[in-house]
Design a protein around this ligand. Structure first.
Ligand SMILES: Cc1ncc(COP(=O)(O)O)c(C=O)c1O
Length: 453
């Protein structure tokens, strides 16, 4: 039921003019946002000097920590040269350097890069590319998308049309075009009732069935490989991803891998699709691309896709799409340094030990009655909180248990945020084992204080 609430104005009058993302207005008033003054490594510092361990990499972007000497230096050096130039008829040198570094890092088949500003625009570019790819071939029938329930691909209208989180997308699905949704590989609550031990990725039967009847209408299938992030860091097995690729291939459906959150080593492979040893037709990257410094995204496509867009001025094959800050040189300089750090530090292989320690310590959360599922892959970990471990019954939403645990963790100097009743950890790759212990200890304490005191 919709409830009107009295909003209490905050002391800092400037807050009364800000509309915070993903924040209800009452929360913004009750819990005024912490003003962060500086960052260093894993830590953010507020105006009083209090330190907060950033356990979520400031929305999954900070992969080498805050204020990294080399990334900061690269941006400063570029700032003395050129802040921006339009990317049509012109290009800045860092954008060219980035192109060289990125093409050397991704599977060779993904040979053509379209730059944009953020994860949502990378997805918009991918969706439009898929539609126009078929249209340029004279196949107007392939004009729809299929995606997984629980998927998240950004907040622009196109990206939302393929988003499958009811709380985020339902209202807009009613008003704008809604695409097709099939079962997601949500292992803790398997949509087809299988057990992990005997699963054969039967959750993908619904994709198979959909493609068998309507596959020829599909331009593409868009999915988050290996982990459905915003749905609650739902880690799923490579066999489900493999099956998804196989089904799409047999019905001629293009694959769009949304690696915005999981790309650049997060899952223990450079790109999450590698777990299934597959290369998508189109791949979206953003977030960690600039080490979390500046907005930048890239949509990479296979050459045969790009070829469908080739022609002269009158051919009407051109991809008429662009963003003002496409290929921005400052962001490109940050991205070049980030990719160089990834290479030099041998990411993700060098993270194996830290990831193993992270996983072992995360599993200790199983001791709590409220923790129904502990899941992790690489440097991603999540706890799904439940009312009853045995029945997997959900907590009542109005209690906002995970939210209050996060508030309590903040008092102990650890920044975590809930995704419904899921608490997750996506720290920078530079996190030490001591910092992992500090992070988990604070969250354990926060759980105990929230629930039992
Ligand atoms: C998988 C995925 N795709 C797309 C996006 C949208 O990215 P942005 O918030 O940069 O628009 C996100 C953001 O969390 C994401 O996790």
């Amino acid at each position: 039921m919709m409830q009107q609430k009295v909003i209490v104005m905050t002391l800092d009058k400037r807050f009364n003019h800000i509309w915070f993302p993903f924040t209800c207005s009452q929360d913004a008033a009750d819990y005024p946002p912490v003003i962060i003054e500086r960052g260093q490594g894993l830590y953010l510092y507020d105006q009083s000097g209090k330190a907060y361990l950033d356990a979520v990499g400031s929305w999954w972007v900070s992969i080498f920590g805050h204020n990294h000497l080399r990334i900061t230096g690269a941006i400063k050096a570029q700032l003395d040269q050129l802040e921006h130039v339009l990317m049509a008829g012109f290009i800045a040198e860092p954008t060219l350097r980035l192109t060289e570094l990125l093409t050397a890092m991704v599977p060779p088949a993904l040979s053509r890069i379209f730059y944009s500003d953020n994860g949502s625009t990378a997805v918009e570019v991918a969706l439009k590319t898929a539609l126009q790819y078929w249209a340029n071939q004279g196949n107007a029938r392939r004009s729809e998308f299929v995606s997984l329930s629980g998927g998240y691909h950004g907040d622009t209208l196109g990206a939302m049309s393929v988003g499958g989180i009811p709380g985020y997308h339902a209202l807009f699905h009613e008003r704008f075009k809604k695409q097709h949704f099939v079962n997601a590989p949500y292992c803790y609550r398997c949509p087809v009732g299988r057990l992990k031990e005997t699963c054969n990725a039967e959750c993908m039967d619904s994709l198979q069935e959909f493609c068998a009847t309507q596959g020829d209408r599909l331009a593409a299938c868009i999915f988050e490989p290996m982990v459905q992030g915003a749905a609650g860091m739902r880690v799923y097995p490579a066999k489900a991803l493999e099956r998804l690729f196989n089904i799409c291939a047999s019905y001629g459906v293009l694959t769009i891998a949304d690696e915005v959150a999981m790309g650049f080593g997060r899952t223990g492979k450079l790109f999450a699709c590698e777990h299934a040893q597959r290369v998508p037709d189109i791949m979206c990257v953003a977030k960690g691309l600039t080490g979390g410094y500046l907005p930048m995204a890239a949509t990479l496509v296979q050459e045969r896709i790009y070829q469908e867009f080739c022609g002269d001025f009158m051919s009407e094959r051109t991809f008429t799409h662009g963003h003002t800050f496409t290929g921005n040189p400052l962001a490109a300089a940050a991205a070049c340094e980030t990719l160089t750090l990834i290479k030099e530090n041998n990411i993700p292989s060098s993270l194996a030990e830290t990831a193993a320690f992270f996983r072992t310590r995360l599993e200790e959360f199983n001791e709590f009655d409220i923790v129904g599922d502990v899941r992790s892959i690489g440097m991603v970990g999540a706890l799904e909180l439940v009312a009853d471990k045995r029945t997997k019954n959900k907590l009542s939403p109005e209690k906002r248990t995970a939210f209050h645990i996060c508030r309590q963790a903040l008092r102990h100097g650890v920044l975590i945020r809930p995704l419904g009743d899921v608490i997750y950890f996506i720290p920078a790759y530079t996190i030490t084992t001591t910092e992992i212990e500090t992070m988990f200890l604070a969250v354990k304490q926060a759980i105990k204080e929230t629930l039992y005191e």
